[in-house]
Design a protein around this ligand. Structure first.
Ligand code: GLN
Length: 389
């Protein structure tokens, strides 16, 4: 009987699917997958309904994306980061950031090229690099503060390095890279003529005292950076799978050539609605941050109730808790224990590390706090059982 390609042999099932299945089986409160249990603004949903009932949105959208949405992405980059983006040549709308990152890799990385990945990384990056025939090179961030080491990063660059794939604000650590950290990366990329694929899907999920810096806005970086965003995160509609990639047309041409043959075009009515979402004023982003500032306090109560320790996230809706005071075992064993015995699902962060650096996460677990207040309170209640043994 024929079987699947060797290319996909190492991939297995994603940790999100695995944990969702286990959580459902044990009726656990699910703080695993970053899947909000509430929707983004009703007026954005209404814009999608209007598009569905209109006379043009139920057929193919233009391959690079709707002009109105590309204009929205370009305007947003100008307003928030002072980056000059041409909507006609510099933006591609993708089926979520996942396809944005994948199309960027396929359009920019050749077989044998090295791609630097900072760990922990979002789980689609390694398969993406491997499917392109690229070679992942790993640089870990170190607990408890999740900073990377300049010497380790520098050592990863060589004449085979084609790209570095970054994610700030960072899933799963909640780190927001400082301007100095990004400048250090930028200097290395300029020195070695390396492309940056910058996954900034959590750009608006930033807490007080921190600021998101787009690496493309640093001197000399626009021409070597493609930036990836997601309506799933920015507007709270993960089910719509609308993302975007913007950057210098020389790089975006590569992304688009791949994009044309991966999906050609993405969901048209959802693009109309996301174009509308980009017309919302600053108050939208302020309310979004206020909402998650409150939820971050609630998730800190989950951590406290469990008797765990954690550094408050600087951004994103994820927090890494250290369980070494309350459980002897690794992160996968801890997750299984919590789902089966405590009734709370979380994600073991070793899934976001190479085998070599997996031990960096062995005492940690990732909670997603994009959940209703009631869900977070219920999780805190259940986690108390952990402390009492
Ligand atoms: N990004 C989400 C997370 O990290 C999940 C996305 C997915 O399920 N692939 O939880």
């Amino acid at each position: 009987m024929p079987s699947y390609a060797k290319r996909v042999e190492p991939f297995g099932t994603t940790i999100f699917t695995e944990i969702n299945q286990l959580a459902a089986q044990h009726q656990a409160v699910n703080l695993g997958q970053g899947r909000p249990d509430f929707d983004g603004p009703q007026e954005i949903i209404d814009a999608a309904i209007q598009a569905l009932n209109g006379d043009s949105a139920n057929q193919y959208a233009p391959s690079p994306g709707l002009p109105s949405l590309r204009a929205g992405v370009a305007r947003h980059a100008g307003v928030f980061y002072d980056i000059d983006v041409d909507p006609d040549t510099d933006v591609i709308v993708t089926a979520g950031a996942t396809q944005g990152v994948y199309s960027a890799i396929m359009g920019l990385v050749d077989p044998g090229d090295e791609v630097i990945l900072i760990e922990p990384y979002y789980d689609s990056y390694v398969p993406g690099v491997q499917m392109a025939g690229g070679v992942p090179v790993y640089v870990p961030m170190h607990p408890p503060n999740w900073t990377f080491d300049e010497a380790e990063l520098r050592a990863a660059f060589n004449h085979n390095t084609r790209a570095i794939l970054l994610n700030t604000p960072n899933n799963p650590t909640g780190r927001v890279y400082t301007r100095a950290e990004l400048q250090m990366i930028a200097d290395l990329c300029i020195e070695h003529d390396v492309i940056v694929i910058s996954d900034e899907v959590y750009e608006h999920l930033i807490f007080e005292g921190h600021r998101h810096v787009a690496i493309a806005s640093l001197d000399g970086m626009f021409e070597r950076t493609v930036t990836v965003g997601s309506a799933g995160k920015t507007f709270g509609m993960t089910g719509w799978k609308i993302g975007w990639v913007y950057g210098h047309p020389e790089l975006i041409t590569g992304v688009w050539r791949a994009h044309q043959f991966i999906t050609f075009a993405t969901n048209h009515p959802a693009q109309e609605a996301v174009a509308y979402a980009f017309t919302l004023g600053n108050s939208y982003y302020e309310e979004y941050q206020a909402l998650y500032t409150r939820k971050r306090e609630l998730v800190m109560q989950v951590i406290d109730a469990a008797g765990m320790t954690a550094i408050q996230p600087e951004g994103t809706y994820f927090i890494m808790g250290d369980f070494s005071d309350v459980f002897a075992g690794d992160d996968v064993e801890f997750c299984r224990h919590c789902i089966e015995r405590i009734g709370v699902a979380t994600i073991p962060p070793s899934a976001f590390f190479s085998l070599k650096h997996r031990h960096h996460a062995e005492n940690h677990v990732r909670f997603a706090f994009c959940k209703s207040d009631e869900t977070l309170e219920q999780a805190a209640e259940r986690m108390r059982k952990l402390r009492s043994g």
